[in-house]
Ligand binder design. Structure first.
Ligand code: NDP
Ligand SMILES: O=C1OC[C@@H](O)[C@H](O)[C@H]1O
Length: 362
């Protein structure tokens, strides 16, 4: 640990995701690439801040501020992590950038593509680093899958991807101020969890980020979007099918994404689409001969399962990769570049346009 490069984080909020992220930052790991210091914490309430430190980083000694601004202006902070509700991501990123800070901001990176572009434009002008905290893309499982699909072509050319994120949240039982219930905070399944199935669909993009033709539908309760179904059709003929819902409990440990190709398919499973654990490659060994055989003859496939061990809560790769980006002077993430975030936001904008989800101020 002694010779590792060091990065000092300013953590914005003491909410759930900040607690998970900090748990991983302070994890003692033999293979850590960076030493992570929790330099300061910004919160609405000092007492919350003290409890947060006690529970999540008791061996560090961060400065606790009762405003986010003080973190942005703390000269000892190298990078700010933003864990506010969706509707504040743009505001908070812009304020941190204005103070000259590097930023890692939670998903969904902004409310729409316009806001995302504004943030990247500001980062460019200030010459600071900004990235969307799409931790899924940093996971070794996701990266191995990309390698098998695009370099090794284990299932030939990808023809379609299905992915789903289902969770059950009884919105009516939550306080009106909950980020799951308050439209002004960016409530809705697509921005919160639908972004993961779309990221699974994107595993089929090699380098190009073609804007697909989209057919989408959404449903709402109390004005909050609770189901999204979207079909993405690419010029190559590839299709993507993505869904998210807060109305149905998912099935933990089960398959949540299937990637089909000209020579086989891959099933991806785990507790949720944000916490994948393994995938199985089903590679077709022989020509099926007939359409019926192609459908029913399992023997023509050779399968191989890839398991990935859990490390902490799964944020360690995002933390290390982001820190290395900053320490090595990059302004964009090597894993989640700006164009990728804008592309995903544009897809979500179009899904919302068709589905009828509009946020205050849009
Ligand atoms: N990558 C992942 O797996 C996950 C990512 N997320 C993302 O993290 C972000 C936050 O989600 P989560 O941590 O679950 O949310 P929480 O409600 O648990 O925390 C949000 C925090 O934001 C601060 N905050 C500032 N203004 C408000 C406001 N008006 N209402 C509520 N909170 C406010 C509060 O912190 P304080 O009082 O300390 O200032 C609050 O604790 C979202 O973007 C979400 O999508 C969430 C869960 C998992
Ligand atoms: O990113 C997330 O992943 C897990 C979900 O439960 C949570 O609502 C979401 O923000």
């Amino acid at each position: 640990m002694a010779n590792l490069p060091t990065i000092r984080w300013g953590i914005i909020t003491t909410g759930l995701i900040s607690s998970w992220f900090v748990d991983d930052l302070v994890l003692d790991r033999p293979d850590a690439k960076v030493k992570h210091i929790i330099q300061s914490i910004g919160t609405s309430n000092l007492e919350k801040g003290r409890k947060f430190v006690e529970q999540h980083c008791p061996n560090q000694n961060p400065q606790i501020y009762d405003s986010y601004d003080q973190v942005y202006n703390d000269a000892e902070v190298d990078i700010v992590y933003i864990g506010t509700p969706h509707a504040y991501h743009c505001r908070d990123s812009m304020q941190a950038i204005a103070a000259g800070k590097n930023v890692l901001c939670e998903k969904a990176f902004a409310m729409n593509a316009k806001q995302a572009r504004e943030v990247f434009e500001a980062a460019k002008k200030k010459n600071v680093y900004v990235a969307e905290a799409m931790w899924l893309r940093h996971r070794p499982l996701y990266r191995k899958l990309q390698e098998l699909l695009h370099q090794d072509k284990v299932i030939g050319d990808v023809t379609r991807v299905f992915a789903d994120f289902a969770s059950e949240i009884d919105i009516s039982s939550l306080p009106p101020t909950s980020r799951y219930r308050d439209l002004a905070l960016g409530a809705g399944s697509l921005l919160d969890i639908g972004v993961y199935p779309l990221t699974w669909l994107a595993v089929a993009d090699e380098k190009d980020m073609e804007m697909p033709r989209i057919v989408a539908s959404q449903s709402h309760e109390e004005g909050i979007e609770v189901t999204t179904s979207a079909i993405l059709q690419y010029s190559s003929g590839r299709m993507g099918i993505a869904s998210s819902t807060t109305k149905t409990k998912g099935s933990p440990g089960r398959i949540f994404a299937v990637i089909h190709g000209t020579k086989g398919h891959i099933e991806v499973s785990g507790d949720t689409p944000s916490i994948p654990e393994s995938f199985t490659v089903w590679a077709r060994q022989t020509d099926p001969g007939s359409p019926e055989k192609a459908l029913f003859d399992k023997e023509q496939y050779e399968s191989k399962t890839y398991e990935f061990p859990k490390v902490g809560r799964g944020f360690v790769w995002e933390a290390d990769n982001t820190a290395l980006d900053v320490l090595e002077g990059r302004k964009e993430s090597s894993i989640v570049p700006w164009a990728m975030t804008v592309h995903m936001m544009e897809i979500m904008d179009e899904i919302r346009r068709q589905g009828g989800t509009v946020y205050p101020g849009e």
